[in-house]
Write a protein that binds this ligand. Structure first.
Ligand code: PRX
Length: 653
């Protein structure tokens, strides 16, 4: 672990609070007594939340923590996750309710009812079974935000197959390493995708990724853009040819509560992404519970919109599993927020009367940049709850969101959680909590989080340290795919004596005891709410023939939260390090990982600051990247290195 990221100073001087209105509180799903109820008997509280789902067989024990840190929740219970998200709503007489108002980027749209979703998921489940897939197999999905992506995930869940969704912006190399790691038998993709008004290829990336991939038997291709794609005979099948002719009858089998549901890869502190494993009953319970209470969702009344991509955990839990388990009517939008114009989101809110809107601070700051007059042109009066996720939200952005989107009245829920936690952990409860701009505030009822010092001792009010989760929770990861050792080391070794889960975030209590998140304390960057590890980008850079050594830091960025800044030493015989060479390196990183990992800036240097034990001191590089006075250099092996870097940069060398 390295030094703590610079604290977001402005967060800590914020003192405004916004109590809920009486009218909101009167109708809110959550009530203040939830906290006491959960504290009195956590397991009974979670058992009550699990009743929200349909269990084919009821559990015999709520939690088995004897094999910690691998939890078992709702032991002995059996359920089918897809049945819970789709069929039971049809069985309850809501088949005609719209599940998904899908909005395509070019302006096409589809409304899909729960009855239609049930038929489509059943056909896709039959299709997967016709290919010989059995429970426990893995399917990788790389798709844009089309309805078939959601159908594919639910079809996997229905037959007990683990899906592993890989964000559409990831490179063929990144896709391939994920496919290999899990030995996926099938990959599902589309011919192409719409991005900023243009059709871009998708299957071409997949083809490149899968060259020689031994585990992959079939590639299923959804037609989206209609562009010509090469078809590999015997391997590739069109979705419409495979799925459309299947029967819409499919009997869902109930799986054990701990049956694996999905793997989702996320960046850690090494170059190799971790396959985070989630299971069924506990995950779905927490997804549904949090979606119901944190967003105050009312089935059949609200129109909900989470702007995430299904390639991230937010899309899994708050587009697919939580909302559908709660019989939500939701908007799913395919494209970018400024296509064809910067008011696109607000136009969609107005058209569909969206009442709950969940997005990321980076997008809110982008909206701020585009100007207040843009949301002002639309009728946003339907909005009643606003959410934020992915990184700390600065108070300016929070206030802007409240004033320009929430008409100064909609409660804002700043939700802290991670791929690993599966669902929201720390957040205000609308109608209960007096919100504070910039603070995620309190662990939800049933969840326990603490801010502790180096020794694992809880700090007092006003104190700062590390965020830990000190009690197991239903949606918690059950491991890292194929690497139990790494699972234990990454999350459970830092505070092993206390048995705490170490989240990797710095945090602070304010005078009221509310939690403020301060960013990562490890080598993980947060760029537009996406996790990227410094080592991942460093290994991509050094894989280029001209690079001898590289050090990467996340520097504060007014829009993306952090921006990637790389310091590279070129090989002796390499070209001069001019603009062209730098551009080539940026493209190389995009090719290795994906465009989201492209460094904002690459600085060619002669030396890197290292401690006597050879560890790169990123703190000092961050000072340079953020144009600050360089801090304490006394632990450097050679303290003149920083002068060399700074003077080299000034003289443009
Ligand atoms: O640093 C925290 C930040 O995002 C990290 C988790 O990233 P990921 O697994 O990609 O999941 C993002 C969406 C759940 C955390 O360790 N983070 C997420 N939400 C917040 C946040 N930091 C501060 N405030 C938040 N609300």
């Amino acid at each position: 672990m390295t030094e703590q990221s610079p604290a977001l100073d402005n967060l800590l001087t914020e003192s405004r609070t916004f109590p809920p209105s009486e009218a909101f509180s009167a109708q809110a799903n959550a009530t203040a007594d939830f906290y006491a109820e959960a504290d009195a008997d956590r397991e009974a509280f979670w058992a009550k939340q699990a009743e929200r789902l349909h269990w084919e067989t009821k559990w015999s024990q709520v939690l088995d923590w004897t094999n910690a840190p691998v939890a078992k929740w709702f032991v002995g219970g059996k359920l089918n996750v897809a049945y819970n998200c789709v069929d039971r709503h049809v069985a309850d007489g809501h088949g005609d309710q719209v599940a998904i108002h899908w909005v395509g980027e070019p302006g096409d749209s589809r409304d899909i009812t729960y009855a239609q979703l049930k038929d489509e998921v059943s056909r896709a489940a039959n299709a997967l079974e016709s290919l010989g897939l059995v429970a426990g197999d893995r399917v990788a999905i790389q798709m844009p935000m089309v309805p078939e992506a959601i159908v594919a995930m639910l079809a996997c869940a229905r037959v007990g197959v683990l899906h592993s969704v890989v964000f559409g912006g990831f490179s063929p190399t990144a896709l391939r390493s994920r496919v290999d790691d899990q030995a996926a038998r099938i990959v599902i993709t589309t011919d192409g995708q719409y991005r900023r008004g243009k059709a871009a290829p998708m299957k071409a990336n997949v083809d490149e990724a899968l060259e020689g991939a031994e585990s992959v038997e079939k590639v299923i291709v959804v037609r989206r853009t209609g562009e010509e794609v090469p078809i590999t005979e015997g391997r590739d099948i069109w979705w419409h040819e495979l799925v459309d002719g299947q029967s819409a009858d499919h009997t869902p089998q109930a799986f054990d509560s701990e049956h694996p549901l999905f793997i989702l890869y996320t960046s850690g502190t090494t170059g190799k992404p971790k396959g985070i494993l989630h299971t069924s009953g506990g995950y779905l319970t927490q997804a549904a519970y949090t979606h119901h209470n944190v967003f105050d969702h009312k089935a059949g009344e609200d129109v909900y919109w989470c702007t995430a991509d299904i390639g991230w955990i937010t899309g899994h839990t708050y587009i697919v599993y939580g909302p559908l388990a709660n019989r939500t009517t939701q908007v799913v939008y395919e494209g970018t927020p400024n296509t064809p114009h910067e008011g696109r989101h607000w136009e969609i809110v107005q058209q569909h009367k969206v009442s709950i809107y969940y997005t990321a601070p980076t997008l809110i700051r982008t909206f701020m940049k585009w100007g207040n007059e843009i949301p002002a042109k639309y009728d946003l009066s339907s909005l009643r709850v606003l959410g934020s996720v992915g990184e700390p939200i600065n108070p300016e952005a929070w206030i802007w969101y409240r004033e320009n989107v929430g008409a100064n009245s909609a409660p804002i829920v700043d939700t802290w959680w991670q791929t690993e936690t599966g669902a929201i952990m720390i957040s205000p409860l609308p109608g209960v909590t007096s919100t504070k701009p910039g603070s995620a505030q309190k662990a939800l009822p049933g969840i326990s989080a603490k801010v502790v010092d180096d020794q694992g001792v809880e700090v007092g009010k006003g104190g700062g340290g590390y965020l830990v989760l000190d009690k197991p929770w239903p949606g918690m990861l059950r491991g890292i795919w194929g690497d139990e050792q790494r699972f234990r080391e990454t999350y459970w070794s830092r505070f092993a004596d206390q048995g705490f889960y170490f989240a990797g975030d710095g945090a602070k209590y304010d005078a009221d005891g509310d939690v403020w998140l301060l960013g990562r304390v490890d080598d993980v960057m947060n760029v537009s709410g996406h996790r990227i590890s410094t080592t991942e980008v460093e290994s991509a850079l050094v894989s280029h023939p001209t690079v001898a050594e590289a050090a990467v830091v996340g520097a504060t960025d007014p829009t993306t939260g952090q921006g990637i800044v790389a310091f590279v030493i070129l090989r002796g015989n390499a070209v001069d390090g001019g603009e062209e060479a730098v551009q080539e390196l940026r493209n190389h990183v995009a090719k290795e990982i994906g465009p989201i990992a492209k460094p904002r800036q690459i600085l060619v240097v002669q030396e890197l600051p290292k401690t006597r034990s050879g560890k790169i001191m990123r703190r000092l590089l961050r000072d340079v990247a953020e144009n600050r006075q360089v801090g304490d250099v006394t632990t450097l092996a050679d303290s003149s290195v920083m002068d060399l870097i700074s003077s080299g940069l000034k003289s443009g060398k």
